[in-house]
Every structure is written in C-alpha cells, then in structure tokens.
Design a protein around this ligand. Structure first.
Ligand code: AVJ
Length: 334
C-alpha cells in the first residue's frame, strides 16, 4: 500500500519525526534524539543488545531485582495493595520478577505499561497475560517526557512507578529532574518510585558495552538512518557513516555518534531538503549518563521522594533505588 493511501495516520507520525530531524540535522553540531531509535526494528535491535555479552546493564539489573524483589515490593507497599506503572516498559522482561514478588503478597496485579512503541507493548501484554496469571496489563502508548496523566489508584492501593533499565540516563540532568518532578506531581503521598541507574566504571567496560564485537549496537545506531530513508525519503548510504561510542569523562556519560566517512550531501526527497556533511563530522544520537553512588538518592530527594532503600550488585556496576513520595508542602495540592 502506498503511503498516500492513509495520509492522516502517516502524517501525524511523520510530523514529529520530521520536526525532530529538521531541528537536529539543522543544528551544529548535528544531533538526533534517542527516541528515534525505537521504531519496530529498533526496539527489536535493542532487545538483542540486552542479550549481548558486553552489555552488562540488563543482566546486572535483573540479578539485583531477583535478589531483592520481595524486599523492594514490601517497602513500597507497606500494608497496601500495589499497582505497577512502568515508564518505557518495552518488553517488560525484567519487570516479571517484581510482578511475581507482588503476587506473593496480594491477589492480582494491575500493570500499566507506558511506552512510545506500540509493537513492543502489544508483545509484552500478550506474553505477560499468558505467562503470569493474575496480572492485568493496560497499555499506555505515550511519550512520558511530554507530560502525562495517570489515573488515580483505587482506595487502599498504592502505585509503584518502575523506571528501570537506566532509561533516565538518556536525559540531561535538568531534564531528568523535570521528568521526576512531573512524575511526583502525578502521585499521592506514599506512592513509590523504583529507579534503576547504571554506575561509572572502568572505561573499557563502558566502551565495549556501547560498541559490541557483533556490531548490534552499530546497527541500532544506524537504524536512525534506515528510518529516515524509509519515513522521510532520504538517501543516506549506510556504508558512508560509522558508529562511534565515546566516554565523555567530564559529563560522566557515554555518547553515541554517527560519523560521516566523507564530505557528502544527503537528500530528503519527501522534504525537498538537503543536508551536507563534512568528512569526520558526526550526528550525536545518544547520551547515556553514568552515575556515582549517592546520585540516584539525590535525584529522588530533589523530586520529592524520601529514600527508602538502595541495592547494588556485588561488582557495584548498577544500582536500584526505591523512594516514597513525600507529602507535598503547604499550599500545594496533593
Ligand atoms: C535504554 C537508554 C538505557 O543507554 O544503555 C543501548 C540504550 N544505547 N545501547 C543505554 C542503548 C546503546 C540504553 N538505554
């Protein structure tokens, strides 16, 4: 079917993509926002990344959750029933251990999965409802960075927001703070936030995790070019860009870039637009901040969450923190 056959649908999606691309590739240095990774192919590539030997994040966080899920859930719930709301849920693979821990304390569990990728969400819903009896999955296809509203919980129920996988690391510190404050404003006192963050470690480990031998991360990064070619009619030649992973010590973040192999010009047929690249010039596609012990607790405190607990793995590579929404100050509305 041609794109023109369903103009309303394709236009709405393309407008956001087009805007982001025009702004990003029109800037100096050139940038593209990481949410552009996650079309269907990109979400699938990310799932493959989580299984790479070099990509320690997912399996390290899973090990922390497996060792401490009951404790985390008990701290968050107190004497109340819990409802889970996961930001950037994706396949919700690691969440299953927390679901099982919750189901050991209560009958049934409401799981609200928030993600920008509908395909990832649908697959997660089917699997979870089939494999973990008692869990009801509600899908919220939205970009949680642009302000969102959550339904009120039932009486006697508390919400535990799961923000795991070091997803918050994609945002600059001020933006991350804004997202957490916004989230806090959607919660009631006593609701919980479980935050997973990746920690600073040996540079060689970090570099390997973002530049794997099999080249899956390179394909994930270049998927942005594939996506623009498909959705915006551009003519990026994938062989003319190289995947680069860089540790930025000063900013405490891993960066991913796509580096132009030559002076070249890329044409966007659908936009009647051209972009020039110099040899060695890069498109900065992602920041992945790495934290130090105490950083996550400070972020939580600044957003209005009281620290309830922190867990790490034995190598100290990754950290999971639970905070509880504090009563808001006088003059504010709960
Ligand atoms: C999903 C943002 C946590 O930064 O490690 C994986 C994305 N980028 N490999 C990360 C990613 C390159 C991932 N986050």
């Amino acid at each position: 079917m041609s794109v023109a056959a369903s103009p309303a649908v394709s236009l709405q999606i393309d407008e956001q993509v087009e805007r982001a691309v025009r702004i990003g590739l029109g800037s100096r240095p050139k940038t593209l926002p990481p949410w552009l990774f996650y079309d269907a192919a990109g979400s699938e590539l990310f799932e493959q990344i989580t299984e790479l030997p070099e990509y320690y994040l997912t399996r390290t966080e899973r090990a922390i959750l497996e060792s401490h899920a009951s404790e985390m859930v008990a701290l968050a719930g107190g004497g109340n029933r819990l409802r889970f709301t996961e930001l950037g849920a994706g396949s919700a693979e690691k969440t299953r251990v927390l679901m099982k821990a919750a189901l050991a304390r209560q009958d049934g569990l409401m799981f609200e999965a928030v993600d920008v990728s509908a395909t990832a969400l649908l697959a997660a819903q089917a699997r979870i409802e089939r494999e973990i009896p008692g869990v009801r999955v509600a899908l919220l296809e939205m970009d949680y960075t642009n302000g969102f509203e959550l339904d009120a919980c039932d009486a006697g129920e508390r919400r535990l927001v799961l923000y795991i996988g070091s997803s918050i690391a994609n945002f600059e510190p001020e933006e991350a703070a804004r997202i957490l404050r916004k989230l806090r404003s959607q919660l009631g006192a006593g609701d919980g936030l479980l935050l997973g963050v990746d920690l600073v470690k040996d540079e060689s480990r970090l570099l390997a995790a973002y530049d794997d031998v099999a080249g899956v991360t390179a394909a994930f990064n270049k998927n942005m070019l594939v996506r623009m070619n498909r959705e915006l009619g551009s003519d990026f030649d994938l062989a003319m860009f190289e995947h680069r992973a860089v540790w930025n010590e000063t900013m405490s973040r891993m960066e991913m870039h796509l580096e132009s192999c030559a002076d070249q010009r890329v044409r966007f047929a659908a936009l009647d637009w051209e972009v020039e690249f110099l040899a060695g010039e890069t498109i900065h596609t992602e920041n992945s901040y790495k934290f130090r012990s105490g950083d996550a607790e400070a972020m939580l405190a600044e957003a209005g969450f009281a620290h309830a607990g922190t867990w790490t793995d034995k190598r100290g590579w990754f950290e999971v923190c639970v905070g509880k929404a504090e009563k808001l100050g006088l003059g504010t509305r709960e």
